[in-house]
Ligand binder design. Structure first.
Ligand code: PMP
Ligand code: GLN
Length: 387
């Protein structure tokens, strides 16, 4: 006898919760779940304290606090030159996770097809299934994770409602190029398809690369919903302040679902988010610089340990190729690494609809303090003697 409704029967425990529990049980250095282990910026914590002390402790408006919507619009104008109307084009949500779910539930009808790039972030498929939609997959392949136009075009048809584009991309670290986004924009227009972009790592892009907004491509403004959040950029993943930017008719669809899932996000944290988004641009440069150093450190440590890394262009994740290590699959490797070597990683098969496509990969995160990364590097050396 199960009490589970049919719609959630296929949803197991997330791989992030599972690997973090295993890491804790074995006292492993957790390079699995992507959450910073270092302090959030002091100016941000002070802003949150001040908002609570000032008694901004009741519901926020369901579309979000006006000051936050203004701060989001101002930041987007400053960084990308994009004009967004704070009163009509922005919906504040409980993190990007809710934004994605609300948008999909608000836009996708049973039977509609949704194109997803795999490996995918783990909430996309459940979102589409909850809406009764049908996921169609484009498989990104290592080492460059490039998008082939003909292969992508073959997924579009009259049932396609939406394509989800995550750039910078978790878990590969790919940053979609200008040409690839242009190709996606062309296909969306040719087939009258909407686009949903997940840009939560927009400020973690390396080696002088640029993050491009699909919404800024010709013909895309009126068919794109752009999602981002505060968690990665300001090292506050537990705050769950996210947002959707979209034209009012698309935003209204997400809003219908949003109002009955959460109604609104945490009011005092929305107020603190105003301070975050109004910060000086030096903050973003320092963030990229720090993460690039951490990336370089971990990439070298992985190489030295005999784990061939695929250097990421963005995000705080790095994939390694485990095909020559002699493990049956990524799950066996990640369990061994966590329990025997003392370093936790994520098995990427959880991010593919055919798990076998991820069986030769493992994902590590470098959003950790330097001593923790150094400890992980030392422990990974044990792999050499263990073999
Ligand atoms: N999308 C991607 C690609 C992510 O990596 C994450 C981080 N967990 C999210 C969405 C969710 O973001 P949030 O914590 O703001 O809900
Ligand atoms: N985004 C984080 C990751 O990819 C984890 C998010 C979560 O635990 N739900 O590791």
């Amino acid at each position: 006898m199960t009490y589970l409704a049919n719609r959630v029967q296929g949803f197991g425990t997330t791989i992030f919760a599972e690997m973090t529990a295993l890491a804790v049980a074995h006292d492993a250095v957790n390079l699995g779940q992507g959450f910073p282990d270092f302090a959030a910026p002091t100016f941000l914590k002070e802003a949150a304290h001040a908002a609570i002390a000032a008694d901004l402790n009741q519901y926020a408006p369901s579309y979000g606090r006006p000051a936050l919507k203004q701060a989001i619009a101002a930041k987007v104008k400053r960084h990308y030159g994009l004009e967004v109307d704070p009163n009509h084009d922005i919906l504040v949500t409980h993190g990007a996770t809710e934004a994605l779910c609300a948008a999909v539930l608000g836009l996708v009808n049973p039977g509609d097809e949704v194109i997803l790039f795999e490996p995918f972030y783990d909430s996309y498929v459940p979102d589409v299934l909850l809406a009764g939609g049908v996921p169609r997959f484009y498989t990104l392949r290592q080492p460059d994770w490039a998008v082939d136009r003909a292969e992508l075009a073959a997924l579009f048809n009259h049932k396609t409602k939406l394509i989800v584009v995550n750039t910078p991309h978790n878990p590969t670290g790919k940053v979609f190029t200008h040409d690839e986004l242009g190709m996606i924009a062309d296909l969306c227009q040719e087939h009258d398809v909407l686009a949903l972009t997940d840009e939560v790592y927009e400020h973690i892009v390396f080696d002088g690369r640029k993050h491009h907004l699909l919404a800024q491509f010709p013909g895309m403004a009126h068919r794109t919903l752009t999602i981002s959040s505060l968690g990665k950029t300001f090292s506050v993943t537990g705050w769950k302040i996210g947002w959707i930017m979209a034209p009012p008719d698309l935003l209204a669809a997400a809003f219908r679902a949003h109002q009955f899932m959460t109604f609104c996000g945490a009011a005092p944290l929305q107020e603190a988010a105003v301070t975050a988004l109004s910060t000086h641009d030096d903050y973003y440069m320092a963030l990229t610089h720090d993460y690039q150093q951490k990336r370089d450190f971990l990439v070298k440590a992985l190489q030295d340990a005999g784990l061939p890394p695929i250097t990421p262009a963005g995000t705080y994740f790095v994939m390694v190729d485990i095909s020559d290590l002699g493990f049956s699959d990524d799950v066996a490797f990640c369990r061994y690494l966590t329990t025997e070597i003392g370093v936790a990683a994520i098995p990427p098969s959880a991010f593919f609809h055919h798990p076998a496509d991820g069986a030769q990969l493992a994902r590590f995160t470098f959003c950790k303090s330097q001593p923790v990364l150094a400890e992980a590097a030392a422990r990974l050396q044990r792999l050499r003697s263990a073999k």
